[in-house]
Write a new protein. Structure first.
Length: 448
């Protein structure tokens, strides 16, 4: 029997890869439906349990739980080929997600030309100017959506009338635009796009539906929803370190537009962060450690991108940025992961303010050049030693680790309800009300 909780959201407080997949997986037993509302296959959410590791990009993490329905909402940009590949990979491991999957007919479709444009525009921007995107066509697809034409939604793919001429006109317009801007069409070909469209139609038509109506009916019948944010609030298109951001609303503020559910129904907002900071791709990073300490965090934390394999930039915990994100996202709880990674450091830095042109700042400036000029004001706390991977309760943590958590709570202004001491589902400490919904560990995807 499910322990019903208010509808909840798990979202990233940093620049992504905070461990959202792990937290969603942990909380899943308390929810009926897990909903992606933003981003696309740029996400890479890792779940480690029962000796197995899963990396999900488009599918909501909840589909690994046999009783959960996974919904991909209207705000997600869906690459049908990436989705099919993920469905097939899980099927090969004995998990059939199709009967429990719903994809919004309002969701925009990522096609080959979006991925080509992503690569062409990054190349044209050069090393200094590029965003360092995941090359998944995310920005170009959201740009087409906002321009309104020429955009393709799932509902359009499902409507066969004039489909081929519509796609042909679209491809020809993109080829001309690419040639004009980049001097090449990047190898874009109508036949290849049309073949992808037909594959999508034949493989995923059955899961495309009105997910907005589905979610409202689910709520009316007392079922609980868990919203799975992708990316992180510092990558949010409005609130992040623009222009080094992704193209969607990554925090709970994205739930309204991205799922068609009023944000007021979501009361529990769990912001996920690591006990230090990481960033993959370009852009300002005030607490970055470009030295042996940063390298040590990267090696201990295995900080390499889940989607692209790129080494992640590492630095001390940034309480200024975390408080900024937690306030925008309305975090009621913090999940603070990777405490184990910080073991054996003699002292641990926490950024409590920024210094910029002689001024002390306690929030993020909008100006990119100002943010890039900021120096961190670092407070050092004593570190702790020992292997934390077997710790299961907050009270068992070394005193200095508990004091580190208390300092973060005070600086950010939100309680730490979940802490991570290793990648596995079982290596998670939970306290307070959230404990009610965390069931004893069971193997991922355990099926009859
Ligand atoms: P997401 O995108 O927010 O879901 O995060 P990712 O899955 O991209 O990256 C988080 C990484 O940290 C994954 O490799 C997780 O397995 C790992 N991880 C999560 N929590 C912990 C933790 O508490 N300790 C350690 N050592 N690894 C963790
Ligand atoms: P999850 O959900 C880490 C970053 C990219 C790049 C910028 C724009 O796994 O936390 P995009 O391809 O979205 O146009 O890239 O955003 N980025 C992420 N970094 N984790 C993610 O997702 C990310 N999604 C986008 O590296 O800097
Ligand atoms: Mg990730």
């Amino acid at each position: 029997m499910k322990r019903q909780l208010e509808h909840a959201c798990v979202f990233g407080l940093g620049w992504g890869d905070e461990g959202k997949g792990k937290v969603v997986d942990l909380l899943c037993p308390g929810f009926d439906v897990v909903v992606r509302y933003n981003g696309g296959a740029n996400a890479g959410h890792t779940v480690c349990a029962g000796g197995e590791t899963f990396k999900l990009h488009l599918l909501p993490t909840g589909v690994l739980h046999e009783n959960a329905v996974g919904v991909i909402g209207p705000g997600v940009v869906v690459d049908p080929l990436a989705l099919i590949a993920e469905i097939d990979q899980l099927a090969a491991r004995g998990i059939d997600v199709v009967p429990r999957l719903r994809v919004s007919d309002r969701a925009h479709v990522v096609l080959a030309y979006h991925k080509i444009e992503d690569q062409l525009s990054e190349k044209a921007a050069g090393e200094a100017g590029k965003i360092g995107t995941t090359s998944r066509g995310i920005g170009p697809c959201y740009a087409d959506k906002m321009r309104r034409t020429p955009a393709v939604r799932m509902a359009d793919l499902m409507d066969e009338r004039d489909l081929a001429p519509r796609i042909r006109a679209l491809v020809e317009a993109k080829q001309a635009a690419f040639r004009a801007v980049y001097g090449t069409d990047g190898g874009l070909a109508f036949d290849a796009v049309m073949s992808d469209v037909q594959t999508a139609r034949s493989r995923i038509s059955g899961v495309v539906c009105d997910t907005t109506a589905y979610l409202h009916e689910a709520m009316d019948s007392g079922r609980s929803l868990l919203f799975e944010g992708a990316n992180g609030l510092l990558l949010d298109v409005d609130h992040g370190t623009y222009p080094f951001v992704t193209s969607s609303s990554t925090g709970p503020n994205g739930i309204g537009p991205g799922a068609g559910v009023p944000p007021t129904v979501v009361r529990r907002l769990i912001g996920v962060c690591k006990a230090y900071s990481t960033r993959v791709g370009s852009g300002p990073f005030v607490t970055e450690l470009k030295d042996a300490v940063g390298d040590r965090i990267r090696e201990r934390g295995k900080e390499y991108g889940t989607t692209t394999g790129r080494p992640r930039r590492c630095g001390w915990f940034d309480a200024v940025a975390c408080r900024y994100s937690a306030r925008i996202g309305g975090a009621t709880d913090i999940a603070l992961l990777h405490l184990d990674t910080l073991s054996e450091f003699e002292e641990i830095g926490v950024c409590v303010a920024y210094r910029c042109e002689g001024i002390t700042l306690r929030t993020l400036p909008a100006s990119l050049s100002q943010l890039e000029a900021c120096q961190p004001v670092i407070e050092f706390l004593p570190g702790w030693s020992g292997d934390l991977s077997g710790v299961r309760h907050f009270a068992e943590l070394p005193t200095n680790a508990r004091e580190y958590i208390e300092r973060i709570e005070a600086l950010v202004g939100v309680p730490v309800s979940i802490a991570g001491v290793g990648p596995d589902r079982s290596q998670t400490l939970v306290r307070g009300e959230l404990q009610r919904i965390v069931t004893p560990p069971e193997p991922v995807g355990s099926r009859e």
